[in-house]
Design a protein around this ligand. Structure first.
Ligand code: SF4
Length: 202
């Protein structure tokens, strides 16, 4: 007889929580993949709102990701817009109907339960899950997604007063709105103290 280790049980709990978190009254209005896509396009930055980035985020094939995006466009929840930085490509954004649908996201039950946890426990869980995700992505050779505050490509053009934040991966200037968005180009920064103490929070 094999005995499940604590690690095995934790892995099962994470999966079970993920499945349970997606079940709620009204959840059936979209498939789990469509809900994930709506969340992704609501949170992704201007370099990442593409079917290809979504396929990496959702760990699925580009064809499957494109079908999911197409179904949300047909339903009126996503719309395609030309990219401001690359005229040959398009970005996808939530429509008003998409934002209304996301307001009924079944995952909110799980968010509410997390809100009720003591701050310290929630912060430890947050860090633990981030570390786990990074490790599993590394083991699987999968891309990790993150935000500018934790990214090694975040750079300053003029340290000190009048700092302008730039992304050294895309050579684009960053505005405050960019900092809490998910990015397909994200690469984790090595931990180091910020001399000016002005690194934007994630
Ligand atoms: S700094 Fe990193 S996370 Fe931010 S836009 Fe650039 S690559 Fe993406």
């Amino acid at each position: 007889m094999t005995t499940a280790t604590t690690a095995d049980l934790c892995a099962e709990l994470i999966l079970h929580l993920g499945r349970l978190g997606q079940q709620a009254p009204g959840a059936a209005r979209l498939t789990p993949a469509q809900w994930t896509a709506l969340r992704f396009f609501a949170r992704a930055n201007r370099f990442s709102r593409t079917p290809s980035a979504f396929s990496s985020f959702h760990a699925t094939t580009r064809g499957t990701a494109s079908q999911t995006v197409k179904s949300l466009v047909s339903a009126g929840y996503l719309t395609r817009k030309p990219s401001e930085t690359d005229g040959r490509s398009s970005l996808f954004e939530l429509t008003e109907a998409g934002r209304d649908m996301l307001a009924a996201d079944p995952l909110k039950t799980l968010s509410a339960a997390l809100e009720r946890m003591p701050d310290g426990e929630r912060a430890a869980l947050d860090q633990g899950l981030r570390d786990l995700l990074a490790q599993v992505a590394l083991d699987r050779g999968a891309e990790t997604f993150g935000t500018c505050g934790d990214c090694r490509f975040l750079d300053r053009e003029a340290p000190g007063a009048g700092t302008r934040w730039v992304c050294s991966c895309t050579a684009a200037g960053l505005i405050s709105d960019d900092f809490d968005k998910l990015c397909v180009n994200f690469a984790p920064a090595a931990a180091e103290p910020d001399e000016a103490g002005t690194t934007p929070a994630r």
